[in-house]
Design a binder for this molecule. Sequence first.
Ligand code: ADP
Length: 475
Amino acid sequence: MRLRTKFSLFSSTLIIIVIAGVSIFLFIAEKRLLIKEMKEKQVTMVKGFGQVSKESLISKDQISLINYVRTIKEERGVVYLVLVDSQNKIMAHSDMSLLGSAIGDSVGLKAQEPYQDIITQMYRDTKNVEIADIALPIVISNERVATARIGFSQDVLNEIIKKILDQTRNRIFGVAGVALLFGLIGSFIMSQIMTRPIKKMVEGARQIGQGKLNTVINVKSKDELGELADDLNLMANQLKELDHMKQDFVSSVTHELRSPMTSIGMNLDLFIEGSYGPLNDEQKNTLRVMRDNASRLGRFINDLLDVAKLERGKMEISPVPMAVNSAIEGPMQLAKVQADAKKIALTAEIPEGISQVYIDSDRIQQVITNLLSNAVKFTPEGGKITIKIKDTSDSFIQVSVCDTGMGIPKDQIEKVFEKFEQVKGTREQIKGPKGTGLGLAIVKALVELHGGKIWAESELKKGSSFNFTLPKYKT
Ligand code: ADP
């Protein structure tokens, strides 16, 4: 899973947990507050009833008490109001027919304990309604003369609370939904911002790992990520310096080796030709092996020098307008000798009227020689090698060297163009010199110096085709 996905998932989960937690907390707090408010309202109502009852008892004014009882009875949730004297006889009741009766099961009301303070008693009435009966003693001149009681239906109360809580819940859902949406968008943007420098560093480190030591990782943040990017850049610079030192070393060593190697080769040729006196067959054969080894070493030295030049940007080409055929003929003749030895058919398919190209003939011959020599090396006896030329676009022609050889596994096709890369297991399969893995790296760099590109297509055990483009000459 990618870092950005992990980060987004983590922060989204955190946001969901926080929003859900806050929502649940708000809901519970709202519920508690609501119940508390309802209870306080009930107590206030009972206190108001007690006050009115007390004034009516003192002033002996029944009318205002009756009016008050009627008004309060209309309030939602109020089941009854009752004022009883010290003997529990009903002095006022929201049901006028019960006036004068004594409190007891007959009127569906339990007697209240003679507490001096306000008390609440829960019970179910004859209609099985759960009642919260709140009673307030009325004290006149230190004597408890009556008790004012209001019965509230718990079911109605619960219904009111439920309705309000439903609205609250919907509101919380709405707000939480919007917060969640913004939170998720925010977390996505944050994860993008946070992982961008990491992505840059991963890409940069990959490029450095691939040997592109000029890579600069552009992360400017003033935190650990910025420090890491600076360290990676420093590391790339040091690697570049080391690489330059290595290239300088290789260049000077190979330079020193080239002249003696050429002179060894030339002298061996003179020996073999008999210029220094007659030799027997055994001596000649030994000298031929020595000469072949010397020329292979010479080629390797030249390849190393070319690579060093290309990597330093010191390789220069001198392109001239020419027919592509002339760059193909020489390498074809060279390769024919090797191809004939392996009974490989070597042909070229060049359509009539193909455009002139603008190339450095020596360098492109080097490219074609290399590709042909690979094709011969990796194609078994009796195979076929074809050079095909195609006019593919306005600015380029395409040259393909196709063989019916061992092919290259898909996962290694790109790699063969890197320095010292050889397909695993091929060294064991070929007879003769095993190669060094430098050829295609040089070929690629030379093609790219001409502004062209190179790529390979291959199928295992069926063959490969190495294709490259060359610029057309524009008059
Ligand atoms: P070398 O031939 O010296 O090993 P190159 O850079 O020319 O080095 O080639 C690199 C590798 O690519 C070869 O070792 C071989 O594994 C693979 N290769 C190149 N050309 C072919 C081909 N025509 N068919 C199959 N494999 C090839």
